[in-house]
Design a protein around this ligand. Structure first.
Ligand code: PMP
Length: 390
């Protein structure tokens, strides 16, 4: 007997039953599940149904360079950037990938493909912990991870990755090497109004975005690159063709629908009366950061980065950064922030993975509410535990 409908299996979702007191609070990864609630409430405007005979071809649009990009997704990407005003997409090439992780690889390939010796890949520390692995996993002869951009003094061509706002510390950034023989790649995963003020409409040569951090749909594995130079875009496309012959159309279709639903909300087409996405998500980020700062101030063990107020062109108000991660620094004498947190059953990622010392640790701020609450509870107990020598 066939099933009338095919729903998402409960077992593909992590258990939601309350956290047991002795189970660890895992905030090592930045799994953006805090936005689930919003999308649950907005079911009507973002559910998709895909027929068995639909989206079967490899091809989507023979008239554009990125031939596998669904016109619906291309349209939603342009609409969303024009709504938020964070980057200009006019006349740019859009290349879609399986998350911006795949596009980072495509970018490294495109910028080094003609080089006779490996091109150095650098990023200012603390840098996103996946960059070194991503650059060195295949031991490519085209490019090579050379670490902290502040210490980079090797001659020859280089690629500098600029993450802004930065993962892990949340600061707004620019390039630091600034040499003529370098290429700069902007990883703008967090350049959205819930995390930071939109201060400029950016127009760099290569800018990377991800569905994971813009809306929280990390599971769809959709990212996009906005590329100025046609030759670079063609090489990125070549990488995508050889590695995976494009990107899942089901995932693209869902991304198109959801990015479009955000725009619909602002353009007055919303069928139900709920808060628009960026106001909602920013409000939640502000609340979480206020609660975290209160606990950290009382702890006297940790400190957090401080951000200045900037005028946001999207929200027309002054705001500071509310990053997707808390970059905690413990007192020098405690030496190892990850271990101090682990003592309270909080799993965090050590500063050493980001190219800095172990007094730092990174903790995700975008977990589900119950996990975040448990994190704050355990963090507030740290002071007592440390002074008791636990
Ligand atoms: N860049 C940065 C700065 C990130 O934080 C992440 C995700 N943690 C990525 C890229 C990769 O995102 P995606 O899920 O699109 O592969």
């Amino acid at each position: 007997v066939g099933k009338a409908s095919f729903g998402v299996s409960k077992c593909t979702r992590p258990a939601r039953a309350g956290l047991k007191p002795d189970s660890p609070v895992n905030l090592d990864q930045g799994d953006p599940t805090m936005f689930e609630e919003y999308w649950r409430k907005n079911k009507e405007s973002c559910d998709v149904v895909i027929g068995g005979s639909e989206l079967m071809s490899y091809f989507s649009n023979p008239h554009i360079m990125c031939w596998y990009l669904l016109p619906e997704l291309e349209d939603s990407i342009h609409r969303l950037h024009s709504l938020v005003g964070n980057v200009s997409t006019e006349g740019r090439h859009i290349i879609v990938g399986s998350g911006s992780t795949q596009l980072l690889q495509a970018t490294l390939y495109a910028l080094s493909a003609n080089s006779p010796q490996p091109v150095s890949v650098v990023c200012a520390a603390p840098y996103y912990s996946c960059y070194p692995e991503l650059a060195d996993l295949l031991k490519s002869g085209l490019y090579k991870w050379e670490g902290d951009a502040y210490n980079f003094d090797k001659e020859g061509p280089y690629i500098e990755l600029v993450t802004s706002p930065n993962n892990p510390d949340g600061y707004t950034r620019g390039p630091v090497v600034n040499r003529g023989d370098g290429k700069v790649v902007y990883d703008l995963a967090y350049y959205w109004p819930q995390y930071t003020a939109i201060t400029h409409q950016l127009d760099h040569d290569i800018m990377l975005f991800t569905f994971s951090k813009s809306t929280g749909h990390a599971g769809s594995r959709i990212g996009w690159a906005i590329v100025k130079d046609e030759k670079v875009a063609r090489k990125m496309l070549k990488f995508m063709e050889v590695m995976s012959i494009g990107v899942s159309k089901e995932a693209q279709f869902r991304a198109a629908k959801i990015l479009g639903a955000i725009c619909d909300g602002y353009e007055g087409f919303r069928p139900i009366d709920t808060e628009n996405f960026f106001e909602y998500s920013k409000r939640l980020m502000i609340e979480r950061w206020e609660r975290l700062r209160e606990v950290v101030n009382q702890s006297e063990i940790f400190s957090l980065p401080k951000f200045s107020q900037e005028y946001c062109l999207f929200s027309s108000e002054f705001t500071e950064n509310h990053p997707s991660f808390a970059w905690l620094k413990c007192k020098e004498e405690l030496k190892d922030a990850q271990s101090v947190l682990r003592g309270q059953k909080i799993l965090a990622r050590s500063g050493t993975k980001f190219g800095v010392d172990p007094t730092f640790a990174r903790v995700s701020m975008v977990s589900r509410e119950d996990v975040f609450n448990a994190f704050l509870e355990r963090l507030s107990a740290t002071k007592g535990a440390v002074s008791n020598g636990n």
